[in-house]
Write a protein that binds this ligand. Structure first.
Ligand SMILES: Cc1cc2nc3c(=O)[nH]c(=O)nc-3n(C[C@H](O)[C@H](O)[C@H](O)COP(=O)(O)OP(=O)(O)OC[C@H]3O[C@@H](n4cnc5c(N)ncnc54)[C@H](O)[C@@H]3O)c2cc1C
Length: 419
């Protein structure tokens, strides 16, 4: 008796069948028919060729930081096993498997006195970050991370492997860096330029604005940061966040139940230079507060700059690119009470505002700031729509100066139109 080969038969021997992968975003869950974890380009090509022949959809999962559209059925292609990192210290590049995370690349590069153009969170995946452009810790000095990409190794939807770079396919190379792959394309590796490791100075300045459940009537600290950013040279990249911490026993006492301003700063220079540049900001903020961790920065220890939570959780969020921050908008952030929403603002401009020598499709070169709002939610309680409304409410204060939206800072379910 002959039997017709199943999808699993077609894939057998070329890929490992894993279970549903871990995801940083826990508010959404992939429910595929089959999970595959190819070890490299050849196995990825086999998977895509089988999928094309059988007309089965393929969804790619790296870390789940940017998970917005979970799949039901089809093949889920998990990139975790493609995580090799080869640093070439002479050419100052790293060939990085698409499943690698920035912490691993930073660690590998540090051994050669180099650093990658990573962003704020060590656990973010290399590929997904670069597809959005990659707003790095030194973006105003070094430009967007995508500006440093030399080439991609990619498998097309029909299973054909190819390389994409400025010479081989300039239009696709530009599109991958800032907009990302087309439907069905899977990137298996990327070659990215590395930067000198130092000197680098960075950390955070924290100030308690008041109780989280009362409007802060003084937004002076937010305005001080805004004023400080206006005249800064390109060697400084910074961002501000306002976090209304709940009154929960596991939180550090100084933060519990408080609305806390954190200014994350990286200076491409030594501490003496950073102290000069930070002096007006420190003076304007005054001595009261909880922390000033700005000091020599080990590029492999970059998590301390933005100090974001590294525990997987359910969150949704959105962003606006703006040409400037209205004073009333900053007052509104300080005064806002209600369900928890973290407001984050990153200073753009400098090298992040200039077109790179090899063009890409990064959003936001004409913007002065990127404003993000992020809310946790309880998937069990189905309160995502409420959290979405809170996020939209925060961003509505900034719409008068909006120039667009950035694709990398939209998170979770209930997307806005176009999101
Ligand atoms: C805590 C936190 C901090 C962040 N900080 C920054 C920051 O500082 N700067 C910044 O620019 N962004 C930042 N981001 C945004 C982040 O860059 C995006 O969420 C990005 O999409 C995450 O990519 P990923 O590969 O880790 O996640 P995933 O959710 O696994 O992938 C994101 C998207 O890319 C697709 N994809 C992934 N790999 C491949 C591949 N090999 N081939 C084809 N498609 C693929 C996936 O299908 C998915 O659509 C942050 C996000 C979080 C949650």
């Amino acid at each position: 008796m002959t039997t017709t080969p199943t999808l699993l038969d077609d894939l057998a021997g070329t890929v490992a069948h894993g279970s549903a992968p871990a995801s940083f975003q826990t508010g959404l869950t992939h429910r595929p028919a089959v999970v595959v974890e190819p070890a490299g380009t050849a196995e990825t090509a086999t998977v895509l060729a089988v999928a094309a022949r059988r007309h089965v959809a393929v969804t790619v999962h790296a870390t789940g930081h940017g998970l917005r559209a979970p799949t039901t059925g089809g093949i889920l292609l998990v990139t975790t096993r493609m995580a090799t990192i080869d640093v070439d210290p002479v050419d100052r590049v790293a060939r990085v498997g698409a499943g690698a995370r920035w912490a691993d690349v930073a660690g590998a590069a540090a051994r050669y006195g180099l650093r990658p153009p990573n962003g704020s969170a060590p656990s973010v995946g290399v590929a997904g970050y670069l597809f959005g452009g990659g707003l790095g810790l030194t973006a105003r000095t070094d430009g967007w991370a995508a500006d440093h990409v030399r080439g991609f190794e990619l498998v097309e939807a029909d299973g054909t492997p190819c390389t994409v770079d400025a010479g081989a396919d300039p239009a696709r190379f530009a599109r991958l860096r800032g907009t990302g792959p087309a439907d069905g394309e899977v990137v298996t590796a990327v070659t990215v330029g590395l930067l000198p490791a130092g000197p680098l100075t960075g950390g955070g300045l924290e100030r308690v604005l008041g109780p989280a459940d009362e409007p802060a009537d003084d937004a002076g600290a937010l305005h001080a940061w805004h004023e400080w950013t206006r005249e800064l040279p390109d060697e400084v990249t910074s961002g501000l966040s306002v976090v209304p911490y709940p009154d929960l026993p596991f939180l550090p006492a100084p933060l519990r139940g408080k609305r806390v301003l954190r200014i994350a700063v990286v200076v491409c220079g030594d501490t003496a230079r950073a102290d000069v540049l930070l002096a007006p900001l420190r003076a304007a903020l005054g001595p009261t507060g909880t922390a000033d961790t700005v000091g020599p920065l080990d590029p492999a220890g970059f998590a301390r700059v933005y100090a974001e939570p590294e525990v997987p959780h359910a969150y949704l969020g959105d962003d606006l690119l703006v040409d400037d921050l209205g004073g009333a908008a900053l007052d509104g952030v300080a005064a806002r009470v209600g369900p928890m929403v973290v407001t984050g603002i990153r200073h753009l401009g400098g090298a992040a505002g200039r077109t790179p020598s090899v063009p890409d499709t990064v959003h936001g070169r004409d913007a002065g700031y990127l404003v993000g709002a992020l809310a946790p939610f309880d998937p069990g309680a189905a309160d995502a729509p409420t959290a979405r409304a809170e996020v939209d409410d925060v961003l509505s204060g900034f719409t008068a100066r909006a120039t667009g939206r950035h694709p990398s800072f939209r998170f979770g379910p209930c997307p806005r139109p176009g999101g």
